[in-house]
Design a protein. Structure first.
Length: 371
């Protein structure tokens, strides 16, 4: 019988392993050299501090008019009233409350109730939707600022004033100095830029009485894609879906997980984790899915599509959708959305947009770059 040369085999194995390691290192170097990462190794833009106070206020309170969408299309305030969306439920939903903005007439009582078991018997104010209204009127619910729509110098969302959404909704928490609900929101001083990982954004939208108004950002089933759907839910929504079906998608954490936000309008259901609002967390290649090269593009996308998707029905919005999802799918999303808005009684839109809007600018830039 032939004797097996163990020593020779060991020498051969070591030589082979060395060749493989060298080859892998060379391949890694080649791939790095071919990387499609950031175009610039350093920021080419001259840093300008500007007015930090004004910038902070824009981040916290500026809606760019989307209060009409959230109040008249999604009908979020009406849904809060109808579903008895109390401060306790708001905290359970992951919303945060600015303790410094709580009206003086409520502050002491609410702080006392927050130290109880939060039951209706021991915390009646925190279990009353009237208190939620008072907190929103006082601009104390972070990310949901009220606007003096009727310009009478007084905020009252029950008397015609509207509620919008800002950056702070998904990018601010508090220090929890007054209260911090486990797996929920908190009450305290604002901490701008941090990510609220317990915010149930999907359920918040479902709280509105017309969550179908958020149609382009939901998981859809498109004829242009052969009826297929992409996302966590087994079936996508269509222009014929009911409010109950939209709510079922949005409020199911298996489909729309807590702490996530869908930042695309391509008909795919792809909520991603909320990120801190700092430059390296949102610009490619660190944040999002790498589609956003500059932080400004993220801001434009949020305010021109995600916080008021009715702008997608404009010429610029439709061009953006066609660039994003393909000609057939993009046009289908826009046209179906118009039908959904009509069916649900939404009129007078959009309040902003058009070919010169940021959505239009983004679509033209994408075409020029071949994306």
């Amino acid at each position: 019988m032939r004797r097996f040369d163990v020593a020779g085999f060991d020498r051969y194995s070591r030589w082979t392993a060395a060749v493989v390691v060298v080859w892998c290192l060379g391949l890694a170097g080649y791939l790095l050299a071919q990387s499609d990462g950031p175009r610039f190794s350093t920021n080419p833009n001259v840093h300008q501090t500007g007015n930090a106070g004004a910038g902070r206020d824009v981040f916290r309170f500026e809606t760019f008019g989307n209060e009409r969408f959230w109040t008249d299309a999604v009908r979020l305030p009406a849904g809060m009233i109808a579903s008895n969306f109390t401060p306790v439920r708001a905290l359970q939903n992951g919303l945060h409350i600015d303790s410094e903005a709580i009206p003086a007439s409520l502050r002491e009582a609410l702080v006392a109730e927050l130290r109880t078991d939060l039951s209706a018997a021991r915390a009646p104010l925190l279990n009353s939707v009237s208190t939620t209204v008072a907190l929103i009127n006082a601009n104390a619910v972070i990310g949901l600022p009220p606007k003096d729509t009727d310009r009478n110098g007084r905020i009252d969302i029950l008397a015609g004033d509207k509620v919008g959404a800002t950056c702070a909704l998904c990018h601010t928490i508090t220090d929890g100095s007054v209260a911090n609900m486990v797996n929920g929101g908190s009450v305290g001083r604002r901490l701008d830029g941090r990510a609220p990982h317990t915010l149930n954004f999907g359920n918040l939208v479902a709280t509105g009485t017309n969550s179908l108004a958020y149609y382009p950002v939901l998981q859809l089933s498109l004829a242009a894609n052969g009826g297929a759907t992409l996302g966590r839910a087994p079936r996508g929504l269509t222009e014929e879906s009911s409010e109950a079906e939209a709510d079922a998608y949005l409020s199911n954490p298996q489909f729309y997980p807590v702490g996530m936000f869908d930042d695309t309008v391509d008909g795919n259901g792809d909520p991603m984790h909320n990120m801190p609002l700092f430059r390296t967390d949102l610009g490619a290649p660190w944040g999002s899915e790498g589609a956003l090269q500059f932080l400004d593009n993220f801001s434009n996308l949020v305010y021109t599509a995600l916080l008021d998707p009715t702008t997608l029905t404009t010429a610029g919005g439709r061009a953006f959708l066609r660039t994003l999802g393909g000609a057939a799918a993009g046009e289908e999303i826009a046209s179906d959305y118009v039908r959904v808005l009509s069916r649900t009684g939404v009129t007078g839109y959009p309040r902003a947009g058009g070919a010169a809007s940021p959505t239009g600018e983004r679509s033209r830039a994408a075409r020029r770059s071949g994306r």
